[in-house]
Design a protein around this ligand. Structure first.
Ligand code: PEP
Length: 256
C-alpha cells in the first residue's frame, strides 16, 4: 500500500526562538509539497512558538513521561504536549535509550500514554555497531519492536488512522555521516513490516516505517525510493531549511 511519505526533523537539544525563521521557511515549502507530510520535533521550549509560527507542517515532542501529571521534576507529559500544540511525539530515540537508560518496557508505556492523550507516535528502534558487526541486528531490532510497540488494543484507532510510525535508526548511523546500505535498510524494513502485520493485523500496513541515520540531500533520494521506506527521521540536516528542504523534495519524487 503506498503511503504519503513522512519527513520528520528532530531538532534534539538545538534551537531557541532565533530558529523560528528556519521553521517558517520549512513550513512555507511544506505547503508546496502537499503529497509529503512534513513535521519538526523541536525542544519542548519551542513547541508552542512553532505551533503558532507554522501552518502546513506538524509539530511534535521528542519524549514524554508515562504519567499525565505528578511529582516528576523536569518531565513533560503527553497531555502537556497536546496542550502546547504538539500533534505527535517521538519515543525510544536511541539517545534517550542510552542517555536516560530507557527500556523497551518504558518506551511502550510512553507510546501508549501518548496515544491515550491523542498524539501520533514515532517509535524508534535500531541496533548498535557492535550488534550489527556481531550479526545480531535483526534479532535486536525484532526484540525492540516486539517489546516497545503499543499493544493492539491501545493502538488500534491510531494505527488505522495512520498516526503510528516506526523509525528504524541504526545507532551507528546517527549523527556520524555513515549511512546504512540501502539493501540492509530494505531488509530491516521488511522484517519490521512483518512484525507490524502480526501485531496489528492488516492495519499494520498503515504504519509508516521511516529510516533515520545521517539522511541528507545527497542520499535522501536513494533511501526514500527504496522498497518499504515510508519516510525519514532527520537530525542534523533538519536544522536549516537549506539542508532539510531537498530531503522533502526527494520524498515528493520518491516512491515512499
Ligand atoms: C536522529 O536524530 O534521529 C537522526 C537520525 O540524526 P542524524 O540525521 O543527525 O543522523
Amino acid at each position: 500500500m503506498p503511503h504519503r511519505p513522512y519527513i520528520v526533523g528532530n531538532w534534539k537539544m538545538n534551537g531557541t526562538r532565533a530558529m523560528l525563521a528556519e521553521a517558517r521557511a520549512i513550513d512555507r515549502a511544506a505547503g508546496r509539497y502537499p503529497d509529503v507530510q512534513v513535521a519538526i520535533a523541536p525542544p519542548f521550549t519551542l513547541i508552542g512558538a512553532l505551533r503558532e509560527a507554522v501552518s502546513a507542517m506538524g509539530v511534535g515532542g521528542q519524549d514524554c513521561h508515562v504519567n499525565a501529571k505528578g511529582a516528576h521534576t523536569g518531565d513533560v507529559s503527553a497531555q502537556m504536549l497536546v496542550d502546547t500544540g504538539a500533534d505527535f511525539v517521538i519515543v525510544g530515540h536511541s539517545e534517550r535509550r542510552k542517555d536516560h537508560g530507557e527500556s523497551d518496557v518504558l518506551i511502550k508505556a510512553k507510546a501508549e500514554a501518548a496515544l491515550a492523550a491523542g498524539l501520533g507516535i514515532i517509535v524508534c528502534v535500531g541496533e548498535t555497531l557492535e550488534e550489527r558487526d556481531g550479526g545480531k541486528a535483526e534479532a535486536v531490532v525484532s526484540a525492540q519492536v516486539t517489546a516497545s510497540m503499543p499493544d493492539s488494543d491501545a493502538a488500534a484507532d491510531a494505527v488505522a488512522s495512520g498516526k503510528v510510525a516506526v523509525a528504524y535508526e541504526p545507532v551507528w548511523a546517527i549523527g556520524t555521516g555513515r549511512v546504512a546500505e540501502v539493501a540492509d535498510v530494505v531488509a530491516m524494513h521488511a522484517q519490521i513490516r512483518q512484525q507490524l502485520l502480526a501485531l496489528y493485523g492488516d492495519a499494520g500496513a498503515k504504519v509508516r516505517i521511516l529510516y533515520g541515520g545521517s539522511v541528507n540531500a545527497g542520499n535522501a533520494r536513494d533511501l526514500l525510493a527504496a522498497e518499504g521506506v515510508g519516510g525519514a527521521l532527520v537530525g542534523g540536516a533538519s536544522l536549516t531549511a537549506e539542508a532539510f528542504l531537498p530531503i522533502v523534495a526527494a520524498a515528493d519524487n520518491g516512491e515512499a
